[in-house]
Design a protein around this ligand. Structure first.
Ligand code: GRF
Length: 201
């Protein structure tokens, strides 16, 4: 299965997918896409000889329309948003219906939506005094962090002393749950049954 991974920064989730595919050859990362002209995640792409695209409306960027054509030419089956901070245009989502997933560092539908990214999420979770947090993989629809939930995994945060501690524990989970779900897509084991997403064994 051919994937394109959309990033905005560090790229640790991209690296987790690349590490996972050592044992899961059915996953290919054919492209890395960012809303930036350069970012640490592009260094990961370069090291792995993966082509990189910068999408946006400024000079030097390609448009979402051009990106959609390039990804279609690459026969991309699944688009993985891994820290991509921009809202994906509706036309682009429609073109890749039910084939765009996102990883969110909290248990949606709580602590999601516009502005809820990175440490903002963990600050809100910490301030709420929540005893568990976790990561969510979901299908992407036109709203932030809103599409059907595919998988979640929670972690005990009852003993944390800072939002940064929450971020660290949740990131560990992200690095496991995201590659695992990409693998399930590669195996054709993610289905929508009666309006719910089901992962087949
Ligand atoms: C992750 O915490 C992810 O949940 C959020 O953005 C962060 C990306 O981190 N959407 P990285 O760039 O994959 O290290």
């Amino acid at each position: 299965m051919k994937t394109a991974v959309f990033v905005s920064g560090r790229g640790s989730n991209l690296q987790a997918i690349l590490d996972y595919r050592q044992g899961k050859k059915s996953i290919e990362v054919e492209a890395v896409v960012s809303d930036k002209l350069n970012c640490p995640a592009f260094e990961i792409a370069k090291r792995n000889s993966i082509q990189a695209f910068s999408v946006g409306s400024k000079d030097g960027y390609i448009s979402y329309e051009q990106l959609a054509s390039s990804l279609s030419e690459l026969d991309i089956d699944l688009i993985v948003l891994a820290g991509f901070l921009k809202l994906i245009p509706v036309d682009f989502i429609r073109r890749f219906e039910n084939r765009i997933i996102n990883i969110h560092p909290a248990l949606l539908p709580s602590f999601g939506g516009k502005g809820m990214y990175g440490i903002n999420v963990h600050n809100a979770v910490f301030k709420s005094s929540a005893k568990v947090s976790g990561a969510t993989v979901h299908l992407v629809d036109p709203d932030y962090d809103h599409g059907k939930i595919i998988a979640q995994q929670c972690v005990d945060i009852s003993d944390v002393k800072s939002p940064e501690e929450i971020a660290e524990r949740v990131l560990d989970i992200e690095h496991k749950i995201l590659p695992y779900i990409v693998g399930k897509f590669a195996d054709g084991k993610v289905k929508i049954v009666e309006d719910r997403v089901v992962i087949l064994d």
